[in-house]
Design a protein around this ligand. Structure first.
Ligand SMILES: Cc1cc2nc3c(=O)[nH]c(=O)nc-3n(C[C@H](O)[C@H](O)[C@H](O)COP(=O)(O)O)c2cc1C
Length: 156
């Protein structure tokens, strides 16, 4: 069986809860993708065009800094990456994570939480950050519970 890591970014805790369920269901290690500077409520205000998240998501070249060096991804064959959907895609901090380590030859399965939106162009926007990895759209885990998460991970 392949060795799996669950890595997640969560600004307000929803994806964190989903990631914990996924890690438990697959018996995987759990790793939090941590921004160097945490997002405040004001940073997350999507109604404010000048908020940090609005500015970051309006220029997809921006790479929010993360804490690195505290995980070795080499031993893992499959990495499940979770995040909230921001402006219909993954936050660019996920690009930062993918560009910070070598994911060559690995399978990356995505999961997300949102207010209702799907993955949109997420795979297309993440792939250039890990060109030699196989990135697949996994599941939107809105309202997920242990049972539904277990059912999903069985299909992986
Ligand atoms: C900046 C920002 C942009 C968002 N954009 C979307 C969106 O485009 N579609 C959507 O359904 N939800 C959107 N949401 C809602 C989040 O995806 C949702 O609340 C998510 O579960 C939060 O996860 P977290 O607590 O792990 O950060 C957005 C939230 C924020 C803060």
């Amino acid at each position: 069986m392949s060795k799996r890591l669950v890595a997640y970014f969560s600004a307000s805790g929803v994806t964190k809860r989903a990631a914990e369920m996924v890690a438990e269901a697959v018996g995987a290690d759990l790793y939090e993708i941590t921004p160097k500077v945490r997002y405040t409520d004001a940073d997350l205000n999507w109604m404010d065009k000048k908020s940090r998240s609005s500015v970051e998501m309006s220029d997809k070249k921006i790479r929010p800094e993360i804490i690195t060096g505290d995980i070795d991804v080499a031993p893992y064959d499959e990495i499940l990456i979770g995040f909230p959907i921001w402006w219909y895609v993954a936050p660019t901090i996920i690009n930062t994570f993918l560009e910070s380590y070598d994911f060559s030859g690995k399978k990356i399965v995505l999961f997300a939480t949102s207010g209702g939106s799907g993955f949109g162009n997420t795979v297309r926007e993440l792939q250039p950050s890990a060109p030699n990895a196989q990135i697949v759209e996994g599941k939107l885990l809105n309202g997920a519970n242990k049972q539904s998460v277990s059912k999903w991970v069985e299909t992986l």
